[in-house]
Ligand binder design. Structure first.
Ligand code: DI6
Ligand code: FE
Length: 403
């Protein structure tokens, strides 16, 4: 009896994004078979001997893993177009934040929004990403900062997978900004994060990870350390916004807590890069925020490469520093602005992004992984990075189901 499969996708070229010797994990004239939502065969079409219930002819198109957007803040209310205007009139992002705008203005709007309206807006943004081939999205809280709104945001985030062919990873970002009611009492707010909100979020299993904004306009090293220590106690994974606007050595601190990822990193010093490698921490680069804030200091890509630190790329989709609901645009920015090669960029939105979420079931086309895949009508995978807004997947499978 030949082995039985649910689906065979044949006559495709694969950019499997596995760490094979071939760039892109390329396999020409390939076939992929799926069983119970998982990839069960990958290889040359000629080598396939099983029997599949259904056969799909890929007509020579390219099959890639579904993209993983490993850093977003896409649940929020309101718009910051007024601040964009201010910035163009010469007021800086940090200055707007100090004046009580920035993250705090989104917090005010998000606290007032209902679950339904937050969900409706978030669904629209997540749909934009899904249309471009994203099948896994990480979503952070951090625009509520009180118990009720943070929980509401995480519930909205989790709910999106009921409506779209996506998996959602959630992150509690309580230490994002100091809410007004804690003005000048940052240590007290961190106690509230650690002693009131985090225990409840852990109890209700609303978050996979905990994140902080380690920055002069965010929280200092000691405050971030307290959040990490508490998170570890609840078995939550660690992430950090670090070295975005200055170098506080937040990435080093987070890596020493075995953070899954440290994100932004424009101001990361070369000395700290080796600490990421030692702790298997992924460097998540966010070219959208760099572009939108018109930054000039670039992340230390050469040092990251030299130390073999895996680099992921994400949209950072948020209302203040990266209102960009397009992974394909961000992929091009990663090459043009940060000098990553198309191969590095595609690794950054597949295999390395999955690692940044601790999801070893996502991010490549390999036996045993979730069958999240998109078919693209292109001549070579580099085209997805080279062009801007030129392509959409022609077919999509999510957990083995045609989506
Ligand atoms: N860094 C960022 O780029 C976002 N959050 C953060 O900690 C921006 C958030 C915002 O401006 O609303
Ligand atoms: Fe962010």
């Amino acid at each position: 009896m030949p082995q039985q499969y649910d689906l065979l996708i044949e006559n495709v070229h694969l950019a499997s994004m596995t760490n094979s010797a071939q760039p892109y994990g390329e396999v020409r004239d390939a076939a992929v078979a799926i069983s119970e939502g998982k990839i069960a065969y990958v290889g040359a079409k000629a080598g396939f001997t099983g029997h599949a219930e259904q056969i799909f002819d890929g007509q020579g198109q390219w099959l890639l893993p579904g993209f993983v957007d490993c850093h977003t803040h896409l649940v929020y209310a309101g718009s910051r177009a007024d601040e964009f205007e201010k910035r163009l009139n010469g007021v800086s992002y940090a200055e707007i934040s100090r004046q009580g705008g920035g993250i705090k203005s989104t917090v005010a709007a998000t606290r007032l929004a209902s679950f339904d309206s937050l969900q409706k807006d978030a669904l629209k943004r997540a749909s934009r990403l899904a249309e471009e081939g994203v099948t896994t999205i990480e979503i952070k809280s951090g625009y509520g900062l009180d118990l009720v709104t943070e929980i509401n945001m995480l519930k909205v985030a989790k709910s999106l997978s009921q409506f779209l062919p996506i998996d959602v990873a959630t992150t509690y970002l309580g230490a994002h900004a100091l809410p007004l009611e804690y003005a000048n009492r940052a240590d007290d707010y961190i106690d509230f994060v650690c002693e009131v909100v985090m225990p409840e979020i852990a109890k209700q299993k609303l978050a996979d990870s905990v994140d902080v904004f380690c920055e002069s306009i965010g929280f200092d090293l000691a405050q971030c350390e307290k959040v990490f220590t508490t998170a570890k106690g609840y078995g939550l994974q660690i992430k950090a916004h670090a070295e975005q606007l200055s170098d506080l050595h937040g990435a080093k601190l987070a890596a020493n807590f075995q953070a899954l990822s440290v994100d932004h990193l424009e101001f990361l010093s070369e000395e700290d890069v080796s600490v990421l490698k030692q702790n298997n921490t992924v460097a998540v680069l966010l070219p959208g925020a760099f572009y939108f804030l018109n930054e000039t200091k670039k992340p230390p890509v050469a040092a990251l490469r030299q130390h073999n630190v895996p680099i992921a790329i994400a949209t950072d989709l948020n209302p203040g520093s990266s209102p960009i609901a397009s992974i394909l645009t961000i992929m091009n920015m990663a090459s043009v602005l940060f000098g990553l090669t198309p191969h590095e960029v595609l690794q950054g939105v597949t295999i390395h992004a999955a690692t940044a979420l601790g999801m070893d079931n996502k991010g490549s086309i390999a036996v045993g992984k979730d069958a999240d895949m998109c078919l693209w009508d292109i001549q070579h995978p580099a085209e997805l990075v080279y062009g801007v807004n030129q392509h959409r997947p022609t077919q999509k499978w999510f957990r083995g189901k045609h989506a």
